[in-house]
Design a protein around this ligand. Structure first.
Ligand SMILES: *Cc1c(COP(=O)(O)O)cnc(C)c1O
Length: 396
């Protein structure tokens, strides 16, 4: 079956007891024993397993092309579980230097940072990755592509090969690409993680995470035990919403990508914009690789306005349609000044605004950005500051 069909049918069928076409929501925390003390339904207690969560896990495994999936209460709970579950080898984990900021906070502000030896590298540079993996026994290589917030594209196949040569597992955070645009198992990944809070849910109204695994994964049992005993399983209602979101994921991603391409092209031409970071633009350093590795360029982009933080915040402040809010992957376009969110350790240049292109008409998004970028009818007023060069991006 094709992805569009799996997104609607996998893990779900018409409910045999009622004929209901949409999957029922089962909030029940507990399930009846048979007279002999057994559990005839296979379900016992919500933390161990639940029919709605089970359906979401089955659907995600099918959609991502894996064999099993383990659903957690959030993307961060899923990431933490993978770090804790991986087969230890010097407790060493290689992460990208441009990574989802929540992981950096997890490392810096919880015990996770003390329990593992994290090494950050620029994963576009395979020599740097090989050197990092070879420097000491390494258990896990964490891959995120496209990256946050610099929208870098990492060669998943090459990074997985380097991990495997060193006996490490390679896990891909596929949140931004989704199973529709990027197929990490076909590129060698040992596990695929998603924050379902983003595109999978798709409507900014649920929080969940999931790890998808191939057959006979060494991660499956430890992840199940963490999910069950540490109590970080996804709630049935969130799984039900995620299943609802999944059904339209393929068509939403097509529309997200189309919109983002148009917005990126318009921003590129705007005189007040110094650089647009988006792999769909032919001049982008990740363009060719994304073209080979993904079936669409995604809908996350960053752009850099001249004039630094003050100018960028002012632009965001003038937007009327695009919402100033964190997160991504929903129907509403969202914008965020990442440097002020991330603080002094941020990789984001001070003039960078990260945009999650939603499902509004692209022209309306472009018009809103245009009016926000034009100060009193003087487009280009912010032009000419050095920020774009700080991270090696040439202004166009
Ligand atoms: C949001 C996000 C996460 C964390 O997911 P939560 O559901 O917010 O815990 C991890 N990775 C990426 C790439 C994300 O965008």
């Amino acid at each position: 079956m094709h992805l569009e069909t799996k997104a609607i049918h996998a893990g779900r069928g018409v409910d045999p007891s009622t004929g209901a076409v949409t999957i029922p929501l089962h909030p029940s925390t507990t399930f009846e024993r048979g007279a002999d003390g057994s559990f005839p339904s296979g379900y016992e207690y919500i933390r161990d397993d639940n029919p709605t969560r089970h359906a979401f896990e089955t659907a995600m495994a099918a959609l991502e092309g894996g064999q099993a999936a383990v659903a957690f209460s959030s993307g961060m709970a899923a990431i933490t579980a993978v770090f804790e579950a991986y087969p230890r080898k010097g407790n060493r984990i290689i992460v990208p230097d441009d990574m989802y900021f929540g992981i950096r906070s997890l490392i810096d502000e919880t015990d996770i940072g003390h329990r593992f030896d994290f090494v950050a590298v620029d994963m576009r540079d395979m020599d740097a990755l090989r050197a990092a993996v070879g420097a000491a026994p390494t258990g896990l290589v964490w891959i995120e592509t496209p990256s946050n917030p610099l929208i870098r594209v990492v060669d998943v196949r090459a990074a997985c090969n380097i991990a495997h040569e060193a006996g490490a597992l390679a896990v891909v955070d596929n949140t931004w690409a989704t199973p529709i645009l990027q197929r990490p198992f076909e590129l060698g990944a040992d596990a695929v993680m998603h924050s379902a809070t983003k595109y999978i849910g798709g409507h900014s109204d649920l929080m969940a995470g999931v790890v998808v695994l191939p057959d006979a994964s060494p991660l499956e049992r430890p992840l199940r035990m963490i999910q069950k005993h540490k109590g970080t399983a996804a709630a049935p209602f969130d799984c039900w919403l995620a299943l609802r979101g999944l059904q339209t994921l393929p068509v939403r991603m097509r529309a997200h990508c189309e919109g983002a391409q148009k917005v990126a092209e318009a921003l590129r031409k705007h005189p007040a914009v110094e650089a647009v970071l988006f792999p769909g633009l032919p001049g982008d350093p990740g363009h060719a690789l994304a073209g080979r590795q993904m079936s669409g360029y995604g809908a996350m982009l960053s752009f850099i306005v001249g004039g630094g933080a003050e100018a960028a915040v002012a632009v965001a402040g003038r937007l009327k349609l695009v919402v100033r809010a964190t997160s991504l992957g929903g129907t509403h376009s969202l914008i965020e000044h990442r440097a002020s969110v991330e603080g002094p350790r941020s990789m984001a240049p001070s003039g960078l605004l990260r945009l999650s292109v939603g499902l509004e008409h692209p022209q309306d998004i472009i018009d809103d950005l245009d009016q926000a970028l034009s100060v009193a009818g003087r487009p280009g007023a912010f032009r000419g500051v050095r920020l774009a060069r700080d991270v090696g991006y040439r202004p166009k």
